[in-house]
Write a protein that binds this ligand. Structure first.
Ligand code: SAH
Length: 353
């Protein structure tokens, strides 16, 4: 099957996603790695993840910190706590910090603007926000405060499936593509992504998702396996109801995730692609490396203090990670050294080598 970027139309992508022949897959991995090297180079950019709140008003059926997922102790970090994590990230040499959280009106627009200003003034690192669907006024405020990027996964291009797994907050209409377009106009770099293997995701849907990354010219694309979170509706009867026929349903396994990442590198050759935490949870020994050698060029080590990290329980497996931020950072840096790759310096914005 063709692997050149132009030949990768919907049917070719869907066929590659279903591919199981080891020799064909080896060719896909080699091509994704070669395109990654030629277009974004050997640098692996490190973005320190700070999970600033686990409060959430949404009822996303897959997510363990959704309002309906319970019981869970909730927390919000203070400005000083967040700033301390950002300083630590800067000291580790990270060029970016990512402030992520549930959709939490208690984390107000002005508060986040103060946090962004403080981080920029004190550390100079790039700031990415990932705080869900927020008002135009908040997004504008944060951009004016100096925020550089925003991550908002569209989760699926299948609008019926989206409505089932990501219900509207009453009185509002969830349109993540509209927010992504708005943020791009405001000058943010925009990041998006999908989970692999959510019940109801078919090979055709996933091929459409990958083409949407290209059509929207996304600057960052995060792809990770769907991990069943036991406290959520999607892990129960809803998941069974939504699941597609076995020959159409995308599995939430490592090789399918890697195929989606590799194909994304081919159709979006100069975008930033993280080797995601979810992938490393699915395969603790090799997931991160497999991602980095099949198209990825970014890692997001966790800077959240362990006592909060265990409560940011969007999927299982995270709660077991009790190591300090230093240990996590050292491990990631050793892994990149071991691959003969370099640590990215500076903010690591989207660009060509
Ligand atoms: N509230 C923010 C940040 C959510 S966490 C937002 O909604 O954008 C970031 C991503 O984690 C989500 O976009 C989703 O794709 C992923 N995620 C959530 N639950 C997950 C699960 N059970 N398995 C794998 N990924 C999950």
């Amino acid at each position: 099957m063709p692997l050149s970027c132009d030949a990768l139309d919907h049917d070719a992508i869907a066929a590659w996603l279903r591919e199981t022949d080891p020799a064909a897959l080896a060719a896909l991995w080699r091509r994704a790695d070669a395109v990654r090297r030629a277009r974004v180079g050997d640098a692996v950019h490190l973005r320190g993840l700070i999970e600033i709140t686990n409060y959430c008003v949404r009822h996303c059926a897959y997510c363990g910190i959704a309002a309906c997922a319970g019981p869970l102790r909730r927390y919000r970090m203070t400005l000083e706590e967040i700033l301390a994590c950002a300083r630590q990230g800067r000291d580790f040499g990270f060029g970016t910090v990512v402030l992520q959280g549930g959709e939490d009106p208690g984390v107000t627009g002005p508060f986040v603007a103060d946090v962004v200003r403080a981080i920029k003034a004190e550390t100079g690192v790039a700031v990415t926000l990932s705080l869900g669907e927020r008002s135009e006024a908040d997004l504008r405020l944060w951009r004016d405060a100096g925020a550089d990027r925003y991550l908002l996964r569209f989760e699926t291009t299948d609008q019926d499936l989206y409505a089932r797994i990501h219900p509207n907050v009453p009185g509002t209409l969830s349109d993540r593509f509209a927010q992504l377009r708005l943020m791009r106009r405001m000058g943010y770099e925009i990041g998006t992504g999908v989970m692999i293997g959510i019940p109801g995701q078919t090979w055709d849907t996933l091929a459409d998702d990958i083409l949407a990354f290209r059509d929207f010219d996304m600057d960052m694309i995060g792809i990770g396996p769907y991990l069943r979170s036991p406290r959520t509706p999607l892990a129960g009867p809803l998941g069974l109801e939504l699941a597609a026929a076995p020959e159409e349903q995308v599995p939430s396994d490592e090789v399918t995730t890697l195929k989606a990442m590799a194909l994304t590198r081919l159709v979006c050759p100069d975008t930033n692609i993280p080797s995601t935490t979810a992938l490393s949870i699915l395969d603790p020994s090799a997931g991160r490396v497999n991602g980095l050698t099949r198209g990825a060029n970014v890692i997001m080590p966790n800077l959240t203090p362990p006592e909060y990290r265990v409560l940011y329980d969007i999927y299982p497996g995270k709660a077991g990670i009790h190591e300090t931020a230093e240990v996590l950072a050292d491990r990631v840096i050793a892994l990149i050294d071991g691959l003969g790759r370099t640590i990215g310096t500076g903010p690591g914005s989207r660009g060509r080598v």
